[in-house]
Design a protein. Structure first.
Length: 368
């Protein structure tokens, strides 16, 4: 006779992330061998397990491969969907990598006073088998940074050695690490409106990258002499003057994935439109890229001048035409990035025996 299972999953309110109840995990680990051999087992990975399985250089490579699959027509993707409720919001995004046999869904909640909580689900796209459930705050931070890193590899000058970074929050950390993976940066200038925050950021990150980190006092100083300028903020208006950009700069606005937000001005778009402007998903950009929507509305650029980064990754067109060209990659965040990373995490976890197996029944069983 099979043991009676606990009824549901619960939330650990103290951890700040959705986790499986400890009693449930203990139950599963004790009784795992007592369930029938035909039952599917879903792999559960917590945040610390995700963190220990993969590092930023590998994630940048994975996202670059996802972009190439997108350009080859092998990575269907759906834009983010948002559901707003009185006390918070639910966001969902999903996509697939048909050449690898996976699709996945990421969902996250945003609640004032609670923060953001992410989960990711991975399926086998050939058998419909649910493979894994992962806590995905760290996964999301890695992939958001890696998207900018992959974009920089495709569009920044090969000799880029100096970058400017706007923003000093959690997501800015992964932006810095990924940019240093994309190009052998020697110096990164860090700016935020708070002098205390930028100094703390430099102190926190100085031993995590080889580049020299310098806190600067003005946006103009952060842009001057840079070959890459990356923004990761929640700004409602542009954070630097496009006239200050030097020839050959790659601009990567990565924080504006809401139509109400904006990080770069019309002048930046006018200058970049003479070169190349790319985004990760045109359909999604038309819905939620505050930077692009406003620039198009102002006549600084047209949608016809914007391409998808997958076209560049697949070799359909170059990322830049000359060393002096100003170009731009607007990273909104797309689900195929999460699927690429989640699939690799799943394979590594299975190979290394990491994570917990959760037996499931009914429609989640593997087809027999």
């Amino acid at each position: 006779m099979k043991p009676t299972r606990p009824r549901s999953l619960s939330v650990d309110e103290g951890s700040g992330a959705d986790v499986v109840d400890c009693a449930l995990l203990k139950f599963y680990s004790i009784n795992l061998n007592r369930f029938g051999p035909k039952e599917a087992r879903v792999l559960y990975l917590g945040e610390e397990e995700v963190k220990g399985l993969i590092k930023m250089p590998e994630v940048v490579d994975l996202v670059g491969e996802a972009f190439r699959a997108q350009g080859a027509g092998l990575a269907p993707n759906q834009p983010r969907r948002r559901l707003h409720m009185p006390k918070g919001a639910l966001q969902v995004m999903y996509g697939g990598l048909s050449d690898q046999g996976y699709f996945g869904l990421k969902a996250y909640t945003t609640f004032p006073g609670i923060g953001v909580r992410f989960i990711f689900l991975l399926w086998n796209s050939e058998t419909a088998e649910l493979l894994a459930l992962m806590e995905a705050n760290i996964l999301g931070q890695l992939r958001t940074g890696a998207a900018s890193g992959a974009g920089a590899r495709l569009m920044a000058r090969e000799d880029a050695r100096v970058a400017g970074l706007f923003g000093t929050g959690t997501q800015a950390r992964s932006q810095l690490e990924a940019l240093c993976c994309a190009r052998p940066l020697e110096r990164v200038k860090v700016y935020s409106r708070s002098g205390e925050k930028r100094e703390k950021f430099v102190d926190r990150m100085k031993d995590r990258v080889t580049a020299e980190l310098v806190a600067v006092e003005t946006p103009a100083e952060a842009v001057k002499g840079c070959q890459i300028v990356c923004t990761m903020t929640t700004a409602r208006d542009h954070v630097f003057d496009g006239a200050d950009l030097e020839p050959g700069t790659t601009v990567i606005p990565a924080g504006s994935n809401r139509v109400t937000n904006r990080e770069v001005d019309d002048e930046t778009f006018r200058r970049a439109a003479k070169g190349r402007i790319a985004t990760d998903d045109l359909k999604g950009a038309k819905i939620e890229s505050g930077d692009l929507v406003r620039a198009v509305s102002a006549g600084a650029v047209t949608w016809g001048q914007v391409v998808e980064i997958g076209q560049i990754a697949a070799g359909s067109m170059p990322g830049r035409g000359s060393a002096d060209e100003i170009n731009m990659f607007l990273s909104q965040g797309v689900a195929i990035e999460d699927v690429a990373i989640g699939a690799e995490l799943y394979k590594r976890a299975r190979a290394q025996g990491v994570g917990q197996d959760l037996p499931v029944e009914g429609t989640f069983k593997k087809a027999t």
